[in-house]
Design a binder for this molecule. Sequence first.
Ligand code: F6R
Length: 259
Amino acid sequence: MEIIIQPTAAVASGIAARLVARLLREKPSAVLGLATGNTPRMLYQELARRKLEWSKVTTFDLDEYVGLPPEHPGSYYQFMRENLFRHVNVTPANIHVPDGMTKDIPGFCAHYEQAIRAAGGIDLQVLGIGSDGHIGFNEPTSSLSSRTRIKTLTAQTRRDNSKFFECEADVPHHVITMGIGTILEARQIVLLAFGEQKAQAIAQAVEGPISAMCPASVLQLHPDTKVFLDEAASRLLTKVDYYRWVYDNKPDWQKTSGP
Ligand code: F6R
C-alpha cells in the first residue's frame, strides 16, 4: 500500500484525479470501478473540470440500495448522474450501476460479475471507506473473497448514510455490492478517506491485521493500492513520518504527479 497524506481533501483529490486522468489518456477504453458517497465528490468534480475524453470508458459502480429505483434522489445511480456522469461525455450504454429493483438478485449479481469480466476487468477502482472499515458495502465479517451479492447494512452505516435521506428510517437495510474478491481483482485501487471520523478505520485498514472485522484491511494483499488521506484521517497512523518521507522522496518514474 502506498499512503499519501495531504493537507486537505481537495489537494489529495486533485492528486488522485491526476492518476485517473493519466489512465484515461493512456487507455481511452479504460474500465473504471466507481464509489459513491461524500468522499469521491471532489475527485469527480476535478475529473469533470479536466474535460477528459470519456466516450470509450466503461464504468461499474460498486453498489446500490435494494428497493430504490434509479430516479430516486437517494439512489446511487442519481448520485453518479449528478456528481459525474452528466458532466462528462461517457456513453450511457457503458455505465453500469447495480439494479436495486431487480426481481432476481442472485441472477443480477452473476450478470454484473460477468459484465465486469466481459469488459476485460477493472483497470482502476475508486474506493471510499466506511467508519466501520467497509469497502463497497462489504460490512465487517464479510467474506474476504466475496463476489457481488446482497448485503445487510449495519446500524452504523445506516446512521452514517442518513445524510443522503430525509431521515434514518428512509435508509434501506439492503444493498447490492461488489464483493471483496471482486474489488481485489481491480488492477489498480485508489482509496480516499477524509476527516476525523475515518481515522480509526484507516489505522485498522493500513496498520492493523488483515481481518474481516475491518474489510478494508484486505487491501494489504493488493499489489497496487494507493491510499489518499487528509491530515485528519491520518491522525491515528503510527508511521506517518515514514509515509511522508516515502512520498516526498520518490524517484521521478514512480511519482503520482504530472499533468
Ligand atoms: C459507496 C461505498 C461506500 C462508501 C463509504 C464511505 O459506493 O462504496 O463504501 O465509500 O460508505 O461513504 P462516505 O464517502 O459518504 O463517507
